[in-house]
Structure formats: C-alpha cells, structure tokens
Design a protein around this ligand. Sequence first.
Ligand code: PLP
Length: 480
Amino acid sequence: MLAVSAAPTISAKKPPGILSLIGDTPLVEITQMDTGPCQLFVKLENQNPTGSIKDRIALSMIEAAEREGTLQPGGTVIEATAGNTGLGLALVAGAKGYRVVLVIPDKMSQEKIFHVRALGAEVRIVRSDVTRGHSEYYQDVAARLADEIPGGFYVNQFGNPANPLAHERTTGPEIWEQMRHDVDAIVVGVGSGGTLTGLGRFFNRVKPRRGIEMVLADPTGSVLYEYVKTGKLVESGSWAVEGIGEDFIPEIADMSFVTDAFEIDDEESFATARELLRKEGILGGSSTGTLVAGALRYCRQQKKRKRVVTFVADTGNKYLSKMFNDFWMAEQGFIHRRPHGDLSDLISHRYEAGEVISVGPDDTLLTAFKRMRDSDVSQLPVVDASGRPIGIIDESDVLVKVHRDPGHFNDSVKNAMTDRLETLSPSAKIKDLLDVFDRGRVAIVMEGDKFLGLVTRTDLLSYLRLHMPEESVPPAREYL
Ligand SMILES: Cc1ncc(COP(=O)(O)O)c(C=O)c1O
C-alpha cells in the first residue's frame, strides 16, 4: 500500500545531488527571429530541476534561514504560493528533510497541486476570492500558520532579502561570464521583484550608473508598466500570463533600476512563446512569451547593435494544455478563426479537420467511457464508417447498461446510444440551440449531409464569455 502522506524520508546530512543542479543554466542566442540590429540571448531557466527560475530563490531562502537559525532541523517551511516558488520550495526544503506546507488559493490548477504534493508538500487550500487584510487571504493564512506550528518558518518571497540575493550572487554573475563581460541590456519581468532587484544590484556594480539597461516587460493589466512610465499606481486589470505582473509594488522590488518598459498583452505573449518553440525549438512558459516579445521590441527599436539578454523563466511543459493547446487558445479568443457569422462559429472541434473525438457503433462501452474520460467530455458522437453521425452516447447511457452488471462494458455502443439526433443547420438561431439544451441534448450541426461538429452548453458559454463587455471582466490576481 502506498503511503498517502509523502513526508520525505531523506537524510538531511547528505541531500540529493539534484540540488547541485540549481542554477548554472545555459544561455543560447536567438537566431531565427527578427532581432533588428541586435543580438538577443535567452537564459534557459527552464532547465532548473523543477523547471523554473524559482529554484534559485528556494535554495537561497532556505539556506539563509538555516544560517540565521530561523529554520532549525525538524522545522516546517511555510509559504503562500501556488506557482513555481512552491515547486522550488517543495524540492529544496523536502530534499533537506523539512516539512513543507503550502497555502494555495482554490482557483489554482489541479496539475500544480498534484505536482507539489507529489514532491511531498502538504497543501492547505484557501479562498481565492478575498484580498489582503481578510483573515482567509492566502498570505495571511501562511503567516498565521507559521506562528501556530512550532518550528514554523514563513518564507515570504515578497519580502525576503534572500530572494534578490540569489540573483545578485548567481544569475547576474553567470550572465556576465556567459556574455564575456559584453552586455548592453537585460529584459526582465517582475513577480516578486527578486530578479529585477538582484540583477539591478549586480549589474550596477559591474557597470555603474546604469551602464547596463534594465528593461521591464510587463503584462497588460499589471500596474508596473504604468508605474515605471508615470510614477502612478493605477487600478490593475486582468491577464492570463503566469508568474509576472502585479497589482501592487512588492516590498523587495526596487523599481528604480528599471530604465525602460514595454507592455505586452496576453495574445502577443502567447503568440511569441509559440513562435519561440516553432522557430528556435525552445519550450518556454507564458511569461517567456512576454519577455521575448518585450526583448524583440527593444531590439528592433535600436539604431546600433546591442547585446541583449532575457529569460526563459519556466518550462512550457506547464502550459501544454493551455497556451500550446489550439482549442484552449481559440476558446479564450487568442487564436482567431475566420468567422462565418452563424452557428458553425460555436463549434470548437471541427469534424472535417479531424478534431472531433467520436466512437463507432461497434466500439464497446468501455472504449466509449475511456475516451470520454481521456478527453474530459461527458458525451461523444457515434459516427459510422462513412463519417455520418448516427447517434450520441453519454455517461448516463453507459451507466444504464452497466450499473447492474459491469460485464456490459463489453456491449456495443450501438445498443446503448441515443439515435434520435438533434440536428441543426448552421443558420439556426441561439434560441434553437437553447431548445436543444432544454431537452438535455447536444446539437449536431449539419450542412446538408456534411457533419460539421457538435455544439454543447460549454461551447455556448465559452462563446458568450468571449463576447462579455471588456469593462465587466473582473481583475485577476497573480499567484507566484
Ligand atoms: C514565470 C516567472 N516567474 C518568475 C519570474 C521572476 O519573478 P520575480 O520578480 O519573482 O523574481 C519571472 C520573470 O520573468 C517569470 O517569468
């Protein structure tokens, strides 16, 4: 039997060798994208053990706490995080034999929660709909837990000086050496501000009086771009890029280092990250798109050749089902299909393009059920050998057959499916769709004999959400 609580049984005297692989990341030149007169290099922080730049600060903050005695053997490391910092801490503190408790807002993806749990961290889920000052605000809960748990150490990346120190002592010197002391500009994003402040300190030492430009790339909706440009703190909006952008100025972020700033919207960030993979073969996360887009804009504006560095701050593996998933991109409005102005615009998976997951009439119920689970849908069209939809099978159709005798999972789909189809032509109205949904069905869109695809309640909701007035979209909060 597998132990459910994965408290690590690790020798603190000799932690796993993987910790020695944090940092010393490679630097590679961008050669296939338009960098104007400049040379652009990216530092591959996605090659750190948990796949992000945050492994550096996790190591630095834990070791500083050990030196200062705020973290003792047998102690508990506590942080409010659902992002890369949680992964870094779960690895580093877990490897050193500490208990790790992460306070995670309830909107975070299951994938991230599975990942930190698999590393051995304990997870406390709290509300994401409350802000600073509320007793259930994730950072306040973490601070409280650190008081309550004997030997508890609250990491607090937003105010912890060992966060920028990691970049001042490791990231900065590595870039300086890799660029052979010849660098003109660094393009950074700000989440906690650790990277900006640490690099700002280092590069102002090696080339004083802003000899190396520090350029901010900030997601549209974050308050930092406007703050750099005007000194004003505006109201934040929402953005989908993860890991950078803020609705406040973090305690450790020294914004005075910033020499110039670019504002990059989600669509440009995602498109750039996808282009980076296609053209350069580099699998970066969404913020990498923001940084590279900002760096490219900076490069193209230059009159003289400059040597510019930016980051692949985390791995694109974390975004395969979002930014690298064409369906998600279309659903969110980041990929634009040519509109037909009719019902076919609501079809997320087009049959003709091979995008529809279906079953055949002679497939088994087990096949149908597995296919629904794997693709996270609750019904499938049943399509015959000529590509004609002849039925729909949903979870209740399967359940009716198997609930008494699971042996019926071997029955054919054709004996369980519904063959009364709700067919609509592309010219049908939303009202016709709603009538279909009211009857508990999904709509099969047919153009004459041609099967175009299904429209479900989710498709209609996604479509309507995309057409929501801009001003009524609530601001988002960034969790690092
Ligand atoms: C995913 C991601 N995390 C973190 C950072 C840096 O954030 P911080 O300001 O916390 O050092 C970046 C910066 O580019 C980033 O892209």
